[in-house]
Design a protein around this ligand. Structure first.
Ligand SMILES: O=C(O)c1ccccc1NCC(=O)[C@H](O)[C@H](O)COP(=O)(O)O
Length: 267
C-alpha cells in the first residue's frame, strides 16, 4: 500500500467515527450560521505571486516540524507578512491538525482559508464549510474521476472553491476535464514523498491560461518563488519553510517580495 493509500484508509476510519458523533443536521445548522465564503480565486490572482501559508505541525516526510500552540496567532503573523490565504492541515494522525485549528484560524484572519485534508466524501465538504473554510483540497490521485467530479460539484454548490491537486500529466488532464478553476501541481510525490520542484514547469503548460495555477511544496528560500513565477505560477503553497522559521511573518514577506512580477503582468 502506498503512503497516500494508507493515509486515505485512516482518514476513512476517522471520518466514520466523526459521522457517528456529529450528524448531518448539526453540520447543516453550522453551515447556515457560517459567514459566506470569501472569493478565493480573486485572492489568488494578481501582480505578485500569491503566498498560501500553511499551518502544519508534522508530516510523513519530515516527522515533527513545529509545536504550534496558537494556530490563530501564527495565521495572523502570516497575514501581517502578506499571505493571500492560509492553508490549515486538519488531518490529525500524521499532520497533527484538527477542525478546531480551522475554526480558530477562520476567526482570526480576513483572507481565504483552505481546509487541507484528504477529502473523499461530501461530509468532509460540509465539515469544511461548517468550520469556516473558503477553499478545500481535492487530490486527484486519491479519487476516481466520477468521485472527483461529484465532489467538485458539491463543493461549488456549498460556495467552496476547490484546489484540485495533481502530480502528473494524466492527473492534470483529469483536473481540467472535471472543470477545476484552480489547479495545484504538487512537487511532492504522495507515494514516494520525494520532492521535485521541476514537476511544476513540466506540467504548467498543460493547465489552461484561465485556470489559476498553484505550485505546491518545494519552496525553501525566496528565490524558489521566482522560479515558480517564471514557470507560470499564480500562487505558491508553503508549509515547512514557514512553520520552522524564527520569524514567520518576515519569511512570508520575503517570499511575497521575491514573487513580484513586472508592472502590468498578472496571472
Ligand atoms: O508533507 C508531507 O510529508 C506529505 C505527505 C503525504 C501527503 C501530503 C503531504 N503534505 C502535504 C503537502 O503537499 C504540503 O503540506 C504542502 O504542499 C506544503 O509543502 P512544504 O512547503 O514542502 O511543507
Amino acid at each position: 500500500m502506498s503512503v497516500l493509500q494508507e493515509i486515505v484508509r485512516d482518514v476513512r476510519a476517522d471520518l466514520a467515527a466523526r459521522e457517528a458523533r456529529v450528524g448531518p443536521a448539526v453540520l447543516e445548522e453550522m453551515v447556515a450560521a457560517a459567514a459566506p465564503p470569501l472569493d478565493a480565486v480573486a485572492a489568488l490572482r494578481g501582480d505578485t505571486v500569491r503566498v498560501i501559508a500553511e499551518i502544519k505541525r508534522r508530516s510523513p516526510a519530515k516527522g515533527p516540524l513545529a509545536d504550534i500552540d496558537d494556530p490563530a496567532g501564527l495565521a495572523g503573523a502570516y497575514v501581517a507578512g502578506g499571505a493571500a490565504a492560509i492553508s490549515v492541515l486538519t488531518e490529525p494522525r500524521r499532520f497533527g491538525g484538527s477542525l478546531a485549528d480551522l475554526t480558530a484560524v477562520r476567526a482570526a484572519v480576513p483572507v481565504p482559508v483552505l481546509r487541507k485534508d484528504f477529502i473523499v466524501s461530501a461530509y468532509q465538504l460540509w465539515e469544511a464549510r461548517a468550520h469556516g473554510a473558503d477553499l478545500v483540497l481535492l487530490i486527484v490521485a486519491a479519487l476516481g474521476q466520477p468521485e472527483l467530479e461529484s465532489l467538485l460539484r458539491q463543493a461549488t454548490d456549498l460556495g467552496l472553491t476547490t484546489l484540485v491537486e495533481t502530480h502528473d500529466a494524466e492527473e492534470v488532464r483529469r483536473a481540467v476535464d472535471a472543470g477545476a478553476r484552480v489547479i495545484g501541481i504538487n512537487a511532492r510525490n504522495l507515494n514516494t514523498l520525494a520532492v521535485d520542484p521541476g514537476v511544476f514547469a513540466t506540467l504548467a503548460a498543460l493547465v489552461p491560461d484561465d485556470v489559476v495555477r498553484v505550485a505546491e511544496s518545494g519552496v525553501r528560500v525566496p528565490t524558489d518563488v521566482g522560479v515558480y513565477r517564471d514557470a507560470g505560477a499564480a500562487a505558491v503553497l508553503v508549509g515547512e519553510a514557514l512553520v520552522t522559521s524564527a520569524d514567520p511573518g518576515a519569511s512570508v514577506a520575503a517570499l511575497v517580495a521575491a514573487g513580484r512580477r513586472p508592472a502590468g503582468a498578472s496571472r
